[in-house]
Design a binder for this molecule. Structure first.
Ligand code: C5P
Length: 403
């Protein structure tokens, strides 16, 4: 799935050491189906060459407003008219200041002033420069003018200092550009998601878990963020990176056991939507050993289980109504080895939830692909087999209409 198919992006580059990451960004945008037209300031060419950008994008690179190769000599108008977005990465403090004042003294700044498409800026500078009152004023003004700032992040800087001002990584910028183009069906909504497996400790080194990778739950978190929601992701043990972390719109709580996941979820159910995607262990260990259990000859241990609390069932019991609609609207998930639709619908009724989503196997766990059957009181609907992120976006679009 290409999330930027048919999108035309003007990629501006201004003078900053982070420009060494821009070729990688161009590649990522193109991998997602975008066509990329690069415009560079004079200073940018000290850090990365137009030849590099031309070779990567397959398009001529524009560096001057006096470029006679453009028939009407109106590059600043032509380029923005055909673009879906102008993205500038890195954006220097100097360029931010210029854009915030509406100055237009080179091709890139003129293009921004003459544009009729959205403008996304990924600032990159030394932390003192970022924190300077003048830069903060520029940032505030630009945001007031409807410009979107992507980052900056905090971390190691080329100058050897540590602090705010680092450009977001190319993957983070690409994710945010993709998010920018998604429909904002959950704007202002709060979403709670459980994801991944749980781990029930037998002793300090052993335990019982399952094959859940967390990919479906994380994809739903990303799709909800793309749709404009604020997300709380409660994740069992899994290595996946937090989606769209740099937007500041996601809180992730890592938990280990089902009991911990239950306590975290039930601590606050003030959400518009709850997706119970986690593969929660049905049973915990009654008395986990405090020390590592030692082998004792040929004898084997007997492990006693206790039933774990049902997170979804307990959240569903707390559902209220808001504007005549359930709050939170609860969506369960089901993976079955037989009679998926029948068992899933039984589960939906037993747990008292309006919607359940069945994973049509067999290779759901760990895979990037999935096929779903979405079941509510009105019946069931199968999706095509597709990438989990694609399915998550479909599901979010559907559920957004219910709340
Ligand atoms: O009961 P079962 O595990 O088959 O139901 C699956 C659905 O219930 C999933 O949405 C899962 O996240 C949720 N669940 C839960 N807490 C449990 C068991 C399952 O939230 N203890």
């Amino acid at each position: 799935m290409q999330s930027l198919l048919n999108k035309k992006i003007v990629l501006g580059i201004s003078g900053g050491i982070a420009a060494y990451k821009t070729p990688e960004l161009a590649r990522l945008l193109m991998q997602e189906g975008a066509s990329v037209q690069v415009v560079m300031t004079e200073a940018a060419q000290q850090f990365v060459t137009p030849v590099t950008m031309q070779a990567l994008t397959g398009n001529p690179v524009y560096t001057s407003q006096w470029d006679s190769s453009i028939a009407n000599n109106m590059a600043h108008i032509e380029l923005s008219r055909s673009a879906d977005v102008i993205l500038i990465a890195p954006t220097s403090a100097d360029l931010m200041a210029k854009l915030s004042l509406g100055l237009a003294d080179d091709l890139l700044s003129t293009l921004c002033l003459a544009r009729d498409c959205p403008l996304l800026l990924a600032p990159a500078m030394n932390k003192q420069m970022w924190e300077h009152a003048a830069t903060q004023r520029s940032a505030e003004r630009l945001e007031k003018d409807g410009v979107t700032l992507l980052g900056p992040a905090s971390g190691f800087q080329a100058c050897g200092e540590v602090g705010m001002g680092r450009m977001l990584e190319p993957t983070e910028i690409a994710e945010q550009v993709i998010a920018f183009f998604q429909k904002k069906t959950l704007l202002g909504k709060k979403v709670l998601i459980t994801a991944g497996p749980t781990f029930e400790a037998i002793d300090p080194v052993r335990g019982i878990t399952n094959h859940s990778s967390g990919k479906m739950g994380f994809a739903i978190a990303r799709a909800a963020l793309e749709a404009g929601a604020q997300v709380h992701l409660i994740a069992g043990p899994c290595e996946l990176p937090t989606p769209l972390e740099t937007t500041g719109k996601i809180t992730r709580t890592n938990v280990v056991s089902a009991k911990e996941m239950h306590a975290t979820a039930l601590a606050n159910v003030d959400y518009d939507l709850f997706f119970a995607v986690a593969a929660v262990a049905d049973w915990g260990i009654a008395k986990p050993a405090k020390e590592k259990m030692k082998r004792q000859g040929a004898s084997t241990p007997t492990i006693e289980f206790v039933a774990n609390p049902d997170i979804l069932l307990d959240v569903a019991k707390l559902v209220k109504t808001k504007g005549g609609k359930p709050y939170p609207y609860c969506v369960g998930f089901a993976a079955e080895s037989t009679d998926l639709e029948k068992h899933a619908d039984e589960k939906r009724k037993r747990k008292g939830i309006p919607m359940i989503v069945g994973n049509i196997g067999p290779e759901t766990f760990g895979s990037d692909l999935n096929q779903l059957v979405i079941i509510d009181a009105s019946g069931s609907k199968k999706t095509a087999k597709a990438e989990k992120l694609h399915l998550a976006r479909q599901l979010i679009g559907l559920v957004a209409k219910k709340i």
